[in-house]
Write a protein that binds this ligand. Structure first.
Ligand code: GLP
Length: 244
């Protein structure tokens, strides 16, 4: 779906999420959301915050699982995705802290093995993700599933691609400060979501969006696996869609 700009696209996505949350409330059920970081979802979160403040949308029945976190990374570090989510969404809404799940980047490599399998198990125990919000990296990563990621991959530690680290360099004040590793939900974890919406804005994403939507499915471009999902929508602005 191509919107004139990222504001109108983001508002439409936020409203879809809000309707899902409300539908779940009507049946006294949890709404299990997979959430993303990066600049792409920020306006979606702003609209969700507005709906909470001005229209009384409650997040009391919402369980969230974030896609990824840098490794190693302390939660109170301002570059952590934990910090990002608090700032851009969680501290502004009425979600219960115990309902927030973000991969833990503050552990040893050995500990992360167990934590990753527990993350998968927790998603399963909640009945799987009702909705997964995605951005896309220029390597065609979703979460941090870099080129080479298998479609059966689950939550695990990964090595970040050079391009991904260089794209993150400005927020870390230099490439040398960008972690070399991350913890990410796997491709299979994402694809098991019942509904997926991927956001991409701007000319910078036009090439990767073209490859993802029109290219052949390949582990070299993990976002192409989304072509196999039965209920995925790419929400784009005119610039991101310009090569389609
Ligand atoms: C990071 C995140 C991804 C995100 C990507 C794009 O690599 N791990 O989940 O999709 O950045 O970021 P942006 O939305 O800022 O372009």
């Amino acid at each position: 779906v191509i919107f004139d700009n990222s504001v109108s696209g983001s508002i439409a996505v936020a409203h879809e999420i809000a309707e899902l949350i409300k539908a779940k409330q009507e049946t006294n059920s949890y709404c299990v959301l997979g959430l993303a970081t990066g600049s792409s979802p920020i306006k979606v979160y702003e609209e969700l915050i507005r709906l909470h403040r001005e229209e009384g949308l409650s997040f009391k029945n919402v369980i969230t699982f974030n896609l990824d976190e840098y490794f190693p990374m302390k939660t109170d570090n301002i570059q952590s995705y934990y910090f990002f989510m608090q700032e851009y969404l969680f501290k502004h809404i009425d979600i219960a802290p115990e309902n927030i799940n973000i991969p833990n980047g503050d552990c040893t490599v050995e500990e992360s093995l167990l934590l990753c399998s527990q993350y998968e198990e927790k998603i399963r125990n909640y009945g799987g993700l009702d909705f997964q919000l995605l951005g896309i990296g220029r390597t065609a990563h979703i979460g941090f599933n870099e080129p080479g990621s298998h479609q059966n991959s689950t939550t695990r530690m990964v090595t970040l691609d050079h391009l991904t680290r260089s794209d993150a360099a400005s927020s870390f004040l230099g490439m040398d400060n960008v972690p070399k590793k991350a913890i990410t939900m796997g491709v299979a974890t994402v694809l098991e979501a019942r509904r997926i919406v991927l956001l991409a804005w701007g000319q910078n994403k036009a090439e990767v969006i073209y490859e993802t939507i029109e290219g052949k499915v390949t582990s070299k471009k993990p976002a192409t696996y989304l072509q196999n999902h039965p209920n995925v929508t790419f929400v784009l602005d005119v610039e991101a869609a310009s090569l389609l």
